[in-house]
Ligand binder design. Structure first.
Ligand code: EPZ
Length: 425
């Protein structure tokens, strides 16, 4: 059985290098179809979701070649518009192909993203926004089809009911070659949005105020290929930062912009860690003690939901009571049951989790319910008494390249059962 096997006790120390953000690279890859020709992405993370997106693009006729931390796209004059159901269902993020395919060829048929362990993952905002640009949407049992009757989308003034990252991205990529101006109000402000807008502008799009609540896109006739370096992964960086605080370690995290982690780093300081922000790097030193503090997840610049599970582990070791409120994904708190099995004292009430600490954790066999929960359980193993086995590690592989190897390089005793079977030291 493939699993992480963690033996706690080590303090993480050393330097870890963060590569490009999963939640940007996938959308940048989708955006490459907006222009015929050759584009290149660098600082691409070596994670499982990337080859999955590459296979979907190949199915559409794009030649994709992967180099070390690179993706090269050669987009033909005519590309397909239907993503392969099996593949696209495996990769929820493939829904962001809807916008660029509509913009490029006036038709798209994309698999309905399945539900996942974070609760329902609706796409109603994506679809109503694209409809306001003139797309005709048909929703099938397991796919979504969209057509542009006149062949070209029409710019509009659109207000999103929630600052949805995916809906903002789909809208941005659809609007770049629409006729006229599109304003996206209540837009998501995540750094990954700004990163996507920078790539689109390099391709010749006219976008202003990306990263604010109101993005303005002036439609252009067409785009040209461009090269782009993927922004550092703030969530991967935050995961290692929590590991350093949790184990009383001393870790330098390179390849991330500290301003993309402002709130989580402030919270680490409040809890008791020493955090030094540098240009393109963060140093985190765990404190001798940890103090509880409340956490409320919100769209950026609020506290990121993708660091909530990791902070729950840290707060389970902090003195006092912490209230963690999850406002983005209703299903995210289900990870708590796994952590409670390791000895944490956490009560879940609707979208609140009340954490009482410190409570000693003991090793157990636990299941990764999603990508971030899996990473958080590995972190919990670092401070648990006795071995912890985290099953379903494929969830973690989707967003973390070689998490076991990189934690081992920081002094932790973490291996993949398959490694263990293969006798990796
Ligand atoms: C992106 O998901 C990320 N995934 C998520 O990261 C991240 O947690 C999330 O943004 C918030 O930052 C990728 O970028 C691939 P949303 P996305 O649209 O775009 C509801 C990870 O672990 N909603 O901002 O799906 C939705 O159900 C993953 O890396 C609608 O109701 O997030 C959710 O409750 C997990 N209708 C909330 O909004 C819609 O049409 C936020 O969703 C769209 C969203």
């Amino acid at each position: 059985m493939d699993a992480f096997e963690v033996h706690g006790g080590a303090r993480l120390s050393g330097t870890v290098h963060i590569t490009g953000a999963k939640n940007s690279a996938l959308k940048l890859a989708a955006a490459s179809v907006l222009s015929e020709g050759r584009s290149k992405l660098t600082n691409v993370p070596e994670i499982a979701d990337i080859p999955a997106m590459a296979d979907i693009l190949r199915h559409l006729g794009v030649t994709v070649t992967a180099g070390p931390g690179q993706l090269h796209f050669d987009v033909p004059a005519r590309i397909g518009g239907e993503t392969p159901p099996g593949l696209a269902r495996r990769l929820r993020a493939s829904i962001v192909l809807l916008g660029p395919l509509l913009a490029r060829r006036g038709h798209a048929r994309v698999a309905q993203p399945g539900g996942c362990n974070l609760g329902n993952r609706n796409i109603d905002m994506h679809l109503s926004a694209l409809a306001q640009l003139g797309a005709e949407i048909t929703i099938g049992a397991d796919h979504v089809e969209a057509r542009v009757p006149g062949g070209r989308l029409q710019g509009a003034d659109i207000e999103l009911p929630f600052a949805s990252v995916g809906a903002t991205e789909n809208l941005l990529m659809a609007a770049v070659t629409a006729r006229g101006t599109t304003t996206i109000r209540n837009a998501a402000r995540e750094p990954e949005i700004t990163d996507l807008a920078a790539y689109l502008v390099a391709m010749g799009a006219r976008i202003s105020a990306a990263g604010t609540t109101d993005i303005v896109v002036e439609g252009v006739e067409g785009l040209h290929p461009a090269d782009h370096r993927v922004v550092g992964d703030r969530i991967e960086a935050g995961t290692f930062a929590v590991g350093a605080a949790l184990t009383g370690g001393d870790v330098r995290i390179e390849g991330v912009e500290p301003s993309h982690l402002r709130l989580p780093l402030d919270k680490l300081r409040t809890i008791g860690a020493e955090v030094i922000a540098e240009d393109g790097a963060v140093v985190v030193r765990g404190g001798a003690t940890a103090k509880a503090t409340d956490v409320v997840t919100l769209p950026f610049p609020g506290f990121p939901t993708d660091l909530q599970p990791q902070f729950l582990v840290l707060l389970s070791q902090a003195a006092g009571t912490a209230m963690v409120t999850e406002n983005v994904f209703d299903g995210r708190v289900q990870f708590v049951a796994e952590l409670v099995r390791m000895g944490a004292e956490i009560a879940v009430e609707a979208h609140h989790a009340v954490v009482r600490g410190p409570r000693p954790l003991h090793g157990a066999t636990v299941r990764a319910t999603d990508l971030r929960a899996g990473a958080a359980l590995v972190l919990a193993g670092l401070v648990a008494d006795g071995p912890t086995v985290v099953t379903d590690p494929h969830h973690v592989d989707r967003g973390y390249a070689d998490l076991a190897g990189r934690l081992r390089a920081l002094g932790a005793d973490v291996r993949r059962r398959s490694d263990v079977a293969a006798g990796v030291a």
